[in-house]
Design a protein around this ligand. Structure first.
Ligand code: G4P
Length: 284
């Protein structure tokens, strides 16, 4: 099924983000570490201009650590620094702070050379829904929330959150929509829970997941569902779904079995899986 996104919504979000970009020194683009490609929106790259920019691979506790490393190298080769974060368990904040200060070292050096004390770095979080923007905002701000209200030259109702890190953070994150030109991207977003379960049929998503695991995480798949390697090789992925449905005791309720498989992926039954493979998207 093809998703319908309204160009009006997209443009409104893009304009809002573009307006706020003018107010910050650095953009923290948040992606889901399980989907470092599919959870990005290329529109940001187009509107970001000369702004400093780093990528936060959030939910790294759910992603395959080896793949996360590969993605960091991939982003670095493209000229963007990235850092992994597990905002839920508050891991990686120190590295994020170091990276922000490193990226803005020229600006900081200028402040210091001019004797400017108590300078503040201005940052904003941007990302598609559900990547963890609000969680990160709360983590960065911690208990030290001090809202510096409307000031001259600052958009009305636009507040800055002061943090211990020497960074002022725009209180509302920028929201961009995912870009779903490729149905595979939609499947991956559905699998991660980033888009509503109702939008894609569960059996399509489960078959996508099984097929991906047969290719990249076959041992984890066989272990989790006690599948024999020969059985796996002798059946197509839809047949595998049918066999698993019976094995789960769900008779021919493929939807129920599909929902279980999707849930098992989300709950790490197969371990930490990353569904985007660097390079995959450039070959097509
Ligand atoms: P958003 O503002 O970008 O839309 O995302 P938000 O912070 O609301 O986070 C969306 C969901 O992702 C929340 O789960 C949140 O707890 C979870 N999350 C955020 N960061 C991480 C992370 O680093 N690791 C993991 N594992 N999860 C993370 P939820 O189920 O909607 O709510 P909750 O019951 O967990 O609070």
């Amino acid at each position: 099924m093809v998703m319908q996104w309204y160009p009006g919504h997209m443009n409104k979000a893009k304009n809002q983000v573009q307006d706020r970009l003018k107010m910050v020194d650095i953009v923290l683009e948040i992606v889901d570490a399980r989907l470092p490609f599919s959870s990005r929106n290329p529109v940001l790259e187009q509107i970001i201009d000369q702004k400093k920019h780093i990528i936060i691979l959030n939910k790294s506790d759910l992603a395959d650590p080896k793949r996360t490393k590969d993605w960091k190298v991939n982003f670095e080769q493209e000229g963007t620094k990235s850092v992994e974060l597990d905002a839920k368990h508050n891991k990686g904040l120190g590295k994020l702070k170091d990276l922000i200060r490193g990226e803005l070292s020229d600006k900081i050096a200028k402040y210091e050379a001019n004797g400017v004390k108590n300078y503040r770095i201005k940052a904003m979080c941007i990302g598609i829904p559900n990547v963890g923007k609000s969680t990160i905002l709360n983590r960065i701000v911690g208990k030290n929330v001090a809202v510096t209200g409307n000031r001259p030259g600052v958009t009305k109702n636009q507040n800055w959150l002061k943090t211990d890190l020497g960074i002022d953070l725009l209180d509302t994150p920028g929201i961009l929509w995912p870009k779903i030109d490729d149905p595979k991207v939609g499947m991956k977003l559905a699998l991660s829970g980033a888009i509503k379960d109702k939008i894609y049929s569960p059996d399509d998503v489960a078959i996508y997941a099984l097929n991906f695991m047969e290719t990249y995480y076959i041992d984890e798949l066989m272990d989790a569902y006690e599948i024999d390697r020969t059985d796996l090789y002798n059946s197509t992925t839809p047949e595998l779904l049918m066999n698993l449905t019976k094995k789960f005791g769900y008779k021919d309720d493929y939807d129920k079995a599909s929902r279980k498989i999707i849930n098992d992926v989300r709950k790490l039954r197969f371990g930490r899986i990353t569904f985007d493979v660097p390079g995959e998207f450039y070959e097509e």
